[in-house]
Ligand binder design. Structure first.
Ligand code: TRP
Length: 334
């Protein structure tokens, strides 16, 4: 690996299917970043235990999320793609960092408070220290750049605080990690029901998953909310129409988008036609990713090889960091 390259690290939760919002908001950026940076992408299976203690489906979910990310273009030769539980140095660093994290600040974390509200019967210590584990993931490779969405800002701020405390107490070992989005505004993919974005959507029909078959994609798009169209030229678009155009911009050609923009402006738009076109283009976009993910998922030998290679590279990087940590902390007795 090129030593001069800056280090990028991100974690992927193995819960839930990958959807269009994940693709345009995160995975597509990972694919671009892997060429220019030294990237570590990790499936956060240990994190998922904080909220999903039943592990019956975990293996299947880890395989699926790996397959989906590979199908989207993550190249395990360029980026280090690994599974959190395969790198035990993560747990070791997590333990050391726990001594620097105050219970009071952990209790104030928004995601922790949300989880307490959602699952009052399972407020476990792992949930409380979730941001500490996430910090361990990041600084295990001394990463400075973390491509994540807005929802992870508080976790990153906490990571910076833990890093500052460590560096102050034991000496400069870690860079302070920053959120990173490839110099662009983070793309929000709107949901199909005109409310919020795809990832936040609770309505299954409002979100397009990369595993959806053609028929389902078609059905979801044709059900998207529209109205009888503008009645005067230059009328502003309602939110749900803006959303449809936004989706179209992601997957259709600029000529197609321009054609429907012009039809809207002249009050001649037929939303049925627009949705038919959007569905066709969406199917052309999602179809190949779905098929590729499906075939990778069947190939467990390949997936295991990817995981094993990834773990090996991640552990090399991790053990170097832990050596520095132990020297800095004076945990070197022989
Ligand atoms: N907490 C992140 C999420 O919910 C997942 C994650 C785990 C992560 N470890 C990470 C993200 C390290 C960035 C860096 O999506």
């Amino acid at each position: 690996m090129d030593k001069k390259k800056q280090i990028v690290m991100s974690g992927i939760r193995p819960t839930g299917f990958l959807h269009l919002g994940n693709y345009f908001g995160a995975v597509r950026n990972y694919v671009r970043l892997q060429q220019e940076y030294s990237c570590f992408f990790m499936v956060a299976d240990l994190h998922s235990l904080t909220t999903h203690p039943d592990t019956a489906l975990l293996k299947q979910q880890v395989f699926r999320v790996l397959a989906e990310n590979l199908a989207c273009g993550i190249d395990p030769e360029q980026a280090v793609l690994y599974c959190q539980s395969h790198v035990p140095e993560t747990a070791e660093l997590y333990l050391l960092l726990n001594m620097l994290a105050y219970v009071g600040e952990l209790e104030k974390t928004v995601t922790f408070k949300d989880k307490v509200r959602q699952h009052p019967d399972n407020v476990n210590a792992g949930l409380l220290t979730y941001p500490v584990l996430q910090t361990a993931d990041i600084i295990l490779h001394r990463a400075a750049l973390v491509p994540v969405g807005k929802d992870q800002e508080q976790h990153l701020e906490m990571a910076r605080n833990f890093v500052k405390r460590f560096n102050h107490r034991y000496g400069d070992v870690f860079p302070e990690p920053q959120a990173f989005n490839f110099g662009e505004e983070l793309l929000k993919v709107p949901s199909l029901d005109g409310t919020g974005k795809m990832s936040k959507s609770e309505n299954q029909y409002a979100t397009l998953y990369l595993a959806d078959n053609d028929e389902l994609i078609q059905k979801k798009i044709m059900r998207a909310k529209t109205d009888s169209g503008p009645t005067s030229p230059g009328a502003p678009k309602p939110d749900y129409i803006v959303n449809l155009f936004q989706l179209m911009k992601l997957v259709s050609t600029p000529e197609t988008v321009a054609q429907f923009e012009a039809a809207y402006d002249s009050c001649g738009i037929r939303y049925g036609d627009m949705k038919t076109q959007l569905a066709a283009d969406m199917i052309r976009f999602i179809g190949p990713i779905r098929e590729k993910a499906h075939s990778i998922q069947q190939d467990s030998d390949y997936l295991q090889k990817v995981m094993r290679n990834g773990a090996q590279k991640a552990r090399e990087s991790a053990s170097q960091t832990l050596q520095l940590v132990k020297e800095a902390m004076g945990l070197t007795y022989y």
